[in-house]
Design a binder for this molecule. Structure first.
Ligand SMILES: CC(C)(COP(=O)(O)OP(=O)(O)OC[C@H]1O[C@@H](n2cnc3c(N)ncnc32)[C@H](O)[C@@H]1OP(=O)(O)O)[C@@H](O)C(=O)NCCC(=O)NCCS
Length: 306
């Protein structure tokens, strides 16, 4: 079986050495004349965080994240080995870094000099916010790009965000898309979140056979920016397949989970399976005013990840 590519924070000497090598032999750094020693110093700076894409022991991509620059957070470098490009590794490295960054700040910034690179970042949710003429070399400028989840002072870091929707959908897929759109609008999840939930639902269905059946769609943490839950009360029930089974369950409520850590997702899921059996809690969720629902959910589930 082909070895999986893993995205992890660099810990081993080999991670730093191989990353420095990637940044030495690839453009734009090669064109700028950045030496191995220069890049090794950069990736080894204890103030910064090196994230690597590894196939076994081999580093096939790296991203250097600065959490202490003036532009916090700042992606200093992102590179994927030429033969591994266009397989989503660049986007995954970026998502990993954003995850980390959005726990402390509402912005991720970076500079890019090529039109193609700029397009890649735009596809991944970045917007041009400025242009620096002749930044390193005469005649070569760099665009300043930013991805944001809101104004710094208004984002409540590490808080569980709760959305309450009154949904009208014919199918579970449609309900998941509605939730994904609302969650994405608030910057809580990536734009691919809903489609990834739908893909997962086809393999691992999430219908809970509780007294009042509920579906709890979710996906990998890497598609989530901030911990969140979206409670969607359905005008008419949508069908979900029973978790680990084949029975069709008419669900009056669809709760989309968005957890930024694989561990916190497991904890939240098990806590939810417990509370969704509580009819008093379910009644508030189904009939309460959205503010009342949010308050109740926060009370019951808000500290599930502590
Ligand atoms: C930019 C880069 C990190 C993307 O990594 P990746 O793993 O190929 O990214 P994804 O698979 O998620 O996305 C692929 C897209 O990246 C873009 N891309 C591919 N090669 C690229 C290159 N040499 N330069 C810039 N963008 C590139 C394309 O838009 C591509 O889409 P396509 O496959 O439809 O053509 C990688 O191409 C790279 O390391 N380039 C050289 C270094 C660089 O330019 N870094 C960014 C600016 S500092």
């Amino acid at each position: 079986m082909a070895e999986r590519i893993q995205i992890v924070r660099a810990t081993e000497e080999g991670d730093y050495e191989q990353s420095a090598m990637l940044l030495t032999v690839n453009d734009p750094w090669a064109k700028l004349g950045r030496t191995y020693a220069y890049s090794y110093d950069k990736v080894h700076n204890p103030e910064d965080e090196l994230i690597v894409a590894k196939k076994g022991e081999r580093v096939v991509g790296c991203l250097l994240l600065e959490m202490h620059s003036t532009l916090k957070a700042f992606v200093r470098a992102l590179c994927v080995s030429a033969e591994y490009r266009s397989h989503g590794i660049g986007a995954d490295l970026l998502a990993f870094a954003e995850h980390r960054a959005f726990k402390e700040t509402a912005n991720v910034f970076l500079f890019v000099s090529s039109e193609r690179g700029k397009k890649f970042y735009e596809t991944n949710g970045y917007q041009e916010v400025g242009y620096l003429k002749d930044l390193n070399i005469t005649g070569v400028g760099e665009w300043i790009m930013r991805k944001t989840i809101g104004p710094n002072d208004e984002v409540e870091y590490n808080e569980l965000e709760i959305l309450v929707l009154d949904g009208d959908a014919e199918t579970l897929e449609e309900a998941i898309r509605n939730a994904g759109t609302a969650m994405c609008k608030k910057g809580l999840v990536r734009d691919v979140y809903a489609e990834k939930c739908i893909e997962r639902e086809k393999i691992f269905s999430t219908g809970l056979p509780t007294n009042i059946p509920v579906a709890i769609p979710h996906t990998d943490a890497k598609y989530v920016n901030r911990d969140c839950l979206c409670f969607q009360r359905m005008k008419k029930p949508v069908v979900a397949i029973e978790i680990g089974g084949t029975e069709e369950l008419p669900c009056q409520m669809v709760v989309n989970l968005g957890m930024t850590g694989a561990g916190s997702q497991v904890t939240m899921l098990s806590k939810m399976m417990e509370v969704l059996q509580d009819e008093a809690f379910m009644n508030i969720c189904l009939t309460g005013h959205p503010d009342e629902v949010k308050e109740e959910v926060k009370k019951v589930l808000g500290n599930a990840m502590l």
